[in-house]
Design a protein around this ligand. Structure first.
Ligand code: NAD
Length: 388
């Protein structure tokens, strides 16, 4: 069928299989153009199908030459509706990697569950022996526990209600976005979903099953951002979860020191992904940030960030971290000159000047590309097979 974008609020409910393949192809091309680094050869990527996880998997395979096992939670097509973009991305990645002589298998299921952990362990035992790197890149709205309890993550503040400019991407208006205060229960639930407990569970399970190599490395992703977004991010419910994620990295190092496992949190740059476009206030900051960073020639997408993680921060001699042990890929975003310009624009921006002062087009370009749309070399009037 002919697949067109159907945008509903901050998501698109259709995805284009050929466009998703193009997005993966371009990311692979970028990774291939980078200097090859001696790095882990058997890599497990949890949350491997979109955004930072997909870019990590591509970097592991095409910069490091690694075999990869991925975990994702995506919907297949039912013949009428398209699959989710992560599904098409993964099919495309597996096809490219296999053609290039790299092992690439993926489990589609709930990474929080014991069943999926066991399935991953069985596949590792059978096909890979052990893994020497685990990338944890989940962004999930909820977590179901073994006893059936469901925790929902929320994007709220933890102190007082926060009001800031917010760009309504669907009708291009700027209004005051109001973000309510979370209850203690909501904050705890967000920590359950987006904190480090499940990351620790994965490392424990892999280690107990003896499929985690000695000296293995594991990385999970975090965000800090500017003070402007602190109430909704860094000091909000999600920030509490990220604090727990960081503390979990220290716990992993302690609990698995016999194997010399090294756990890192990498603080990445703000980028339009399915997870981040849902956060209030943040899209306007993104659009301004894109404008400023592109003008300074330091803008990066997921693949540029993950390539830099590989080639400069993780595998270029000693791991480069800040004083607290975190890897800082947000170093360019938080540069003083970048933030000064962003804040200056933030003060002046309104509905009249938004297209001049912010990179609205760049925001939408990233948004449509996530779903496989608006690639200039794809003929979107052609019929495509949506089931594969
Ligand atoms: P994303 O939505 O693009 O990717 C989420 C991934 O998790 C997908 O592969 C999805 O299939 C998988 N997933 C979700 N629920 C799952 C489940 N129950 N079981 C198995 N897989 C599941 O998100 P992203 O923006 O790439 O985020 C990845 C990580 O990077 C998150 O921890 C996020 O907080 C962090 N991060 C994001 C940004 C940003 O601006 N986007 C910045 C810094 C850090």
């Amino acid at each position: 069928m002919v697949v067109e974008p159907k945008v509903r609020g901050f998501i698109c409910v259709t995805a284009h299989p050929e466009g998703c393949k193009e997005s993966v192809r371009r990311q692979i091309e970028y990774a291939k153009s980078q200097e090859r680094k001696e790095s882990p050869k058997k890599v497990l990527v949890i949350g491997c199908s979109t955004g930072y996880g997909l870019a990590s998997r591509i970097s592991a395979a095409y910069i490091g030459g690694a075999d990869t096992l991925g975990i994702m939670f995506e919907k297949e097509s039912n013949g009428k509706r398209t699959a989710t973009p992560g599904y098409y991305n993964t099919k495309a990645f597996e096809e490219f990697a296999t053609k290039d002589g790299l092992y690439a298998k993926t489990i589609n299921g709930d990474a929080f569950s014991v069943e999926i952990k066991n399935e991953a362990i069985d596949i590792i035992k059978r096909d890979l022996g052990k893994v020497d790197m685990v990338i944890y890149s989940l962004a999930a709205p909820r977590r179901t526990m073994s006893d059936g309890t469901v925790y929902q993550s929320v994007l709220k503040t933890t102190s007082c209600e926060f009001t800031e400019k917010s760009w309504n991407v669907d009708n291009d208006t700027i209004t005051k976005g109001q973000i309510p205060v979370a209850t203690e229960e909501e904050t705890d639930a967000t920590v359950k979903v987006m904190g480090g407990e499940d990351w620790m569970d994965w490392i424990d399970a892999l280690s107990k099953a003896d499929v985690l190599a000695d000296n293995a490395i594991t990385v999970a992703y975090s965000y800090i951002g500017p003070e402007l977004t602190y109430p909704v991010y860094f000091k909000g419910t999600i920030g509490m979860a990220k604090k727990h994620l960081y503390e979990s990295s220290l716990r992993i190092n302690e609990l698995h020191k016999d194997k010399n496992v090294k756990a890192y949190v990498s603080v990445n740059k703000a980028l339009v992904t399915q997870a981040s476009s849902a956060i209030p206030v943040v899209p306007l900051y993104f659009a301004i940030l894109y404008k400023v960073m592109k003008e300074k020639n330091i803008h990066e997408g997921c693949i540029e960030q993950m390539s830099r993680l590989y080639t400069e921060k993780l595998f270029n001699g000693d791991v480069i971290t800040d004083a607290t042990g975190k890897i800082r890929l947000d170093d360019w975003e938080l540069r003083e000159d970048v933030q000064k310009e962003v804040m200056d624009i933030w003060e002046r921006i309104d509905e009249e000047n938004i297209r001049k002062l912010a990179d609205v087009e760049g925001y939408w370009e990233d948004f449509y590309h996530m779903f496989g749309f608006k690639y200039d070399n794809i003929d979107y009037t052609k019929d495509v097979e949506i089931q594969s």
